[in-house]
Design a protein around this ligand. Structure first.
Ligand code: MG
Length: 269
């Protein structure tokens, strides 16, 4: 396993990769919207990656429209689940896949949303149809499509993957999200979906203490994720891919927390 970090795409792309290199890391996940998806930016990203000798493991796709990260408005705003935003978001993921292909990135990831627990839910078939289209497009670009864990239970995620029945589908495992959304103990979740993991968000957090708000995110090592036990189990599963640090704050504290996470992860992986 090797350590990376998740960084947002911004206009000064060269700086992103300089920062990554300065952290002593050789790979990252990147996220951005289609306002960046020009040939000019693609050329600059490729040049910067080459100059700093770093790679992008996974491109995280955002989407247009509202999104609220909670249990009340989240289910009707996040990902491909709300029907009124689904088409625009499928189009955004397709554009992300095409842009990432220009960079040679072979994994596309997103939050699909609060996928209905019941396959009989009227929203369920439309979500699966949208996913089939998105995954097929990624495959045409030689890419795998990754579900980021969070809003759905591990067994629901597994059922959707089985139903898609497509190769080139995997999981970006965010153990903190499983806690913060109250969906699973991350260690136990590995028993259900561990075999599909292709990238990991190293993040920490707590279970929710209200029925409306997510649990809080914490610096790595200060939350409820048992990272020593998690990495032990990942090794047993044969996982040998990237471990991508995610810290959902900005500024100097984010940098400090990322540096602390790097030191902690070096001991664990
Ligand atoms: Mg994450």
């Amino acid at each position: 396993m090797t350590i990376g970090a998740i960084l947002p795409l911004r206009s000064n792309v060269e700086e992103i990769f300089r920062e990554l290199k300065a952290l002593g890391l050789s790979h990252c996940q990147i996220g951005g919207n289609n306002s960046f998806f020009t040939d000019e930016i693609a050329g600059r990203v490729k040049a910067a990656m080459e100059k700093e000798a770093v790679t992008i493991t996974t491109f995280f796709s955002g989407w247009p429209g509202p999104m609220v990260w909670d249990f009340i408005t989240g289910p009707i705003t996040i990902g491909l689940v709300p029907p009124e935003y689904r088409l625009a978001r499928v189009e955004e993921i397709v554009k992300t896949s095409d842009f990432a292909a220009k960079l040679g990135v072979n994994q596309i990831c997103t939050h699909v949303g609060f996928i209905p627990e019941s396959p009989s839910d009227p929203l369920y078939p439309g979500v699966v149809t949208a996913l089939k289209y998105v995954v097929a497009h990624c495959m045409q670009n030689g890419q795998k499509f990754l579900f980021e864990t969070g809003q759905e239970t591990p067994v629901t995620l597994r059922r959707v993957i089985e139903e898609l029945g497509m190769e080139d589908v995997g999981i970006n495992f965010d153990p903190a999200n499983l806690l913060m959304y109250g969906k699973a103990n991350p260690l136990d979740a590995l028993d259900i979906i561990g075999e599909f993991i292709l990238d990991i968000h190293a993040k920490d957090g707590e279970y929710p203490v209200s029925g409306r708000e997510l649990g809080v995110e914490k610096p790595l090592g200060q939350g409820r994720v048992n990272y020593p036990a998690l990495f032990k189990k990942l090794k047993e599963l044969g996982y040998d891919g990237p471990v991508t640090i995610e810290r959902e704050i900005s500024g100097e504290q984010q940098k400090k927390d990322i540096l602390m996470a790097i030191e902690l992860l070096k001991k664990l992986i």
